[in-house]
Design a protein around this ligand. Structure first.
Ligand SMILES: [Zn+2]
Length: 151
C-alpha cells in the first residue's frame, strides 16, 4: 500500500518533465518547419517567374515548380502532424505505444516524433518481418538456384 502510494506520488513529476521535454522537442520541430516554409514562400515570390519564358522553358520551370510545390506540401503536412502531436500531448495521448500502451522513450521520439510503437514492440515487429523476409529470400534463392543449375 505504501509502495503504491509512493509510486503514484512520484509519477506526476516524471510525467511533467517528460511532457515538458516532448513539448520543447515538438515546438522546435514546428518552428523549424515554419521557418523553412516561410523561406520557401519568400523565394517563390522573389522569383516572380512566368513572365519572359517561352513555351519549352516553361515546361522545365513547371517541373521545378511541381517539385517545389510537392516539397512545400510535404513540409506543410509534417507541420500539421507536429501540431496534432502537440494537441495529443496536451490530451496525454502522445508518445504512448500502440501495442503495449507503455511510454515510448524520449530518445526514440526525438529521432521519430511520429513513432507509434515503443522500441521493444517495434523490435518484435521487425523480427517478425525479418523472418518473413528471410524465408522470402530463401525462396528467391532456391528459384535462382534451380534456374542456374536445375536444367
Ligand atoms: Zn510497446
Amino acid at each position: 500500500m505504501t509502495a503504491t502510494l509512493r509510486a503514484t506520488a512520484t509519477a506526476p513529476r516524471t510525467t511533467r518533465t517528460r511532457h515538458r521535454n516532448l513539448q520543447a522537442m515538438l515546438r522546435d520541430r514546428e518552428r523549424q518547419l515554419q521557418d523553412s516554409l516561410r523561406r520557401r514562400a519568400r523565394t517563390r515570390l522573389a522569383d516572380g517567374r512566368g513572365d519572359g519564358l517561352d513555351e519549352p522553358e516553361l515546361s522545365e520551370a513547371d517541373v521545378q515548380d511541381h517539385i517545389e510545390v510537392a516539397l512545400i506540401q510535404m513540409k506543410g503536412e509534417t507541420l500539421e502532424r507536429v501540431r496534432q502531436a502537440l494537441a495529443r500531448l496536451d490530451q496525454g495521448t502522445y508518445g504512448n505505444c500502440a501495442e503495449c500502451g507503455g511510454e515510448i522513450s524520449e530518445q526514440r521520439l526525438r529521432a521519430l516524433p511520429f513513432a507509434v510503437r515503443c522500441t521493444a514492440c517495434e523490435a518484435l515487429r521487425e523480427r517478425g518481418g525479418a523472418r518473413e523476409q528471410r524465408s522470402a529470400s530463401v525462396t528467391v534463392f532456391r528459384s535462382v538456384f534451380s534456374d542456374e543449375f536445375g536444367s
